[in-house]
Design a protein around this ligand. Structure first.
Ligand code: FES
Length: 161
């Protein structure tokens, strides 16, 4: 496979190193896809094809895994990834309502990115801050007790600058 852009080539080279290193593991696919997403920011079909070729497995197998786990994304992500915790404690304390508020404020659904490419809405499992439920994480920053629209708006405004 040829990749015309130099920057892309460097990313594919990096991915190739990861694949060679992880190949020996028993079930390397998920870990490799994780790294691939870190490297490329998302998992477009071309990257999935590359992984499939390198591991000598079918594209449909790779695609199946990518679409099964919502931590994988096939579309480019926004500048800020909003990870809403949907672990048990957060769920019970109002994660669904928090998701609904975010969705309304950003006018996007779960897994989607705002048209200005600022925010992507995503969900994660317990981030270890259950006492602050419901919780969301943006970059490395954790925000808790997000039970009102006012608090949600305040956080978004911080990132909107
Ligand atoms: S369940 Fe959300 S932080 Fe633990």
């Amino acid at each position: 496979m040829s990749h015309t852009c130099d920057k892309d080539q460097a990313l594919y080279d990096e991915l190739k190193l990861v694949i060679n290193e992880k190949k020996k593991l028993r079930n390397p696919l998920i870990e490799i896809l994780h790294k691939a997403q870190d490297i490329f920011g998302y998992l477009p079909v071309e990257v999935q094809m590359f992984v499939a070729e390198q591991l000598e497995i079918s594209l449909s197998k790779v695609y199946g895994v990518v679409t099964f786990y919502n931590r994988f994304s096939m579309t480019p992500r926004g500048k800020y990834l909003i990870n809403v915790c949907t672990g048990t404690a957060c769920y019970v304390k109002g994660a669904p309502k928090l998701i609904q508020m975010l969705s309304e404020e950003l006018k996007i659904g779960m897994g989607e990115t705002t048209p200005d490419n600022m925010f992507t809405l995503s969900e994660v499992r317990c981030v270890g801050a259950c006492s602050l439920a419901p919780v969301l994480v943006i970059d490395e920053e954790t925000y808790g007790r997000l039970d009102t629209r006012k608090k949600v708006k305040e956080i978004l405004n911080r990132y909107r600058g």
